[in-house]
Design a protein around this ligand. Structure first.
Ligand SMILES: Cc1cc2nc3c(=O)[nH]c(=O)nc-3n(C[C@H](O)[C@H](O)[C@H](O)COP(=O)(O)OP(=O)(O)OC[C@H]3O[C@@H](n4cnc5c(N)ncnc54)[C@H](O)[C@@H]3O)c2cc1C
Length: 437
């Protein structure tokens, strides 16, 4: 989170105004999903409290062994996510800070010729996706947040008491002499990430596993221009992704087992670049003409979590609190933004009809509309990782045949493209916005 976005929103008046009211919605977690929901709900006229523990200048949470200055983590946004961020009033600011369009995606395995090549013109779109910095998306969302949002930060939700008409929260201000205070809302939204305490306090289990892998994130400058191509190299240890970052640089997510990740994190830049070139394989080295420079690195643990359900009485889960996916297909936030869009739509319609926004019927609608997509994308992502992160000969042959088949069969490739770009979800977003079905 950035110092330039939050303090202006933390006026004493706003905190005081939030002290005794019953909010329509309280959101635990002001990461990307929680901040987007706060904007969407406030724009729909709902009263919103947003509770976020990170101090304005604390940066991102869970990276291990982050180097000084840390890398700017980036997110590949689908077309659907871009349009939704635009609708929230955040896209123009994200674009001003820098967005790299993805013109082509190449999927390959080191040592073999490129298997699948997806191009924007095959999908009939101006870009297959858009790469933007996490922090710039967050800054844009906080800047787009209506003043009516009551922000409690740095603070965290410590206890939850669901009642018949409202949920009572205990919120502790962090820092010296931080005292607990109370807050009531009709609906509590858990947007507090993978290890969601709110999810646990509401008795919802988060099932899944650790991948026993770390993703090393860094920027690199290749000798040859990347021309807007994103590369996904599947290796037995896990995928290695290169995403366009700006005209000259690529952002990498390099999946490695823990011990190797620690070694790579400790390398000097020259050794790091050589090790990366070696792992990416000869074909990549030829296409990029070698790697010249790299920036600071960070390593993120990869895990999979899926909440056993999306709701509890007067509680809804969104974003990583509902599902944490392997980033192989770049779907985590894209899925989270679809949670946000559908929940905000259900709440806005409940409010317009004069209904209680925390009523079971509203939560049931949210769950029914989101659960199939959440489960399908989780299965697709975990399946993709399981099939590719494996060196067994039969699987290797099967996936080689599968990829060759995909390249040769336009309908199959088009299906994959629509999933990857989020176009498959566009009708759902249109329906939510009242423009479609
Ligand atoms: C290396 C990597 C690459 C990725 N690439 C992509 C990509 O290309 N495309 C994509 O769509 N997704 C990608 N993802 C996934 C994406 O980053 C996440 O899905 C997304 O950031 C989750 O946002 P969130 O707001 O749900 O959770 P978080 O970002 O985890 O936010 C949770 C927030 O809750 C707060 N919190 C914690 N406890 C409490 C409490 N008790 N009370 C109140 N607040 C609390 C935290 O401080 C935090 O701000 C990637 C992930 C990784 C690790």
């Amino acid at each position: 989170m950035n110092a330039s976005t939050k303090p202006s929103r933390q006026t004493a008046a706003r905190r005081a105004s939030g002290r005794r009211a019953i909010f329509d919605v309280a959101i635990a977690g002001g990461g990307l999903a929680g901040a987007a929901l706060a904007v969407a709900c406030a724009k729909a006229g709902l009263s919103v409290a947003l509770v976020e523990p990170r101090a304005p200048d604390a940066g991102e949470g869970k990276a291990e062994g982050r180097q000084a200055g840390g890398p700017e983590r980036v997110i590949a946004l689908s077309r659907g996510s871009r349009d939704y961020l635009d609708e929230l009033g955040a896209w123009a600011a994200i674009e001003r800070e820098g967005v790299a369009p993805i013109r082509e995606v190449h999927v390959l395995e080191p040592g073999l010729p490129p298997r699948v090549r997806m191009r924007e013109r095959d999908a009939g779109v101006d870009a297959l996706g858009y790469v933007a910095g996490n922090e710039s998306i967050l800054r844009a969302l906080y800047a787009a947040m209506p003043d009516a949002v009551t922000l409690r930060s740095p603070a965290r939700v410590e206890a939850v008491e669901p009642g018949e008409d409202a949920v009572r929260l205990t919120v502790r201000r962090l820092g010296r002499g931080g005292r607990p205070s109370r807050l009531s809302c009709r609906l509590l939204v858990a947007a507090d990430g993978t290890e969601s305490r709110v999810r646990a306090m509401c008795g919802i289990r988060g099932r899944g596993w650790d991948h026993n892998r770390f993703g090393i994130v860094a920027s690199v400058r290749p000798r040859l221009p990347h021309q807007g191509v994103a590369w996904e190299c599947f290796r037995p240890a896990g995928p290695l992704a290169f995403l366009p970052l700006d005209a000259a640089r690529l952002s990498i997510v390099w999946t490695l087992p823990p011990r190797r990740a620690a070694e790579v994190m400790a390398m000097n830049d020259a050794d790091f670049l050589r090790a990366l070139e070696w792992d990416a394989g000869e074909a990549m080295a030829r296409r990029l003409g070698g790697l010249l420079e790299t920036g600071p690195r960070a390593a993120f643990p990869f895990e999979f979590r899926l909440a056993a359900r999306l709701t509890a009485p007067r509680v809804a889960l969104i974003g990583n609190a509902a599902h944490t996916l392997h980033p192989v297909a770049g779907q985590g936030l894209n899925l989270g933004l679809r949670d946000v869009a559908v929940l905000a739509d259900a709440l806005a319609r409940a409010r317009a009809a004069g209904r209680d926004v925390g009523a079971p019927i509203v939560l049931e609608e949210y769950s029914q509309r989101r659960w199939p997509d959440d489960v399908a994308v989780a299965a697709f992502t975990e399946g993709l990782n399981a099939v590719f992160a494996n060196d067994l000969l039969p699987l290797k042959l099967a996936r080689g045949a599968g990829l060759a088949c995909m390249q040769a069969l336009p309908p199959l490739k088009s299906w994959l493209m629509r999933r990857a770009t989020g176009l498959a979800q566009a009708p759902a977003l249109a329906a939510r916005a009242g423009k479609g079905a």
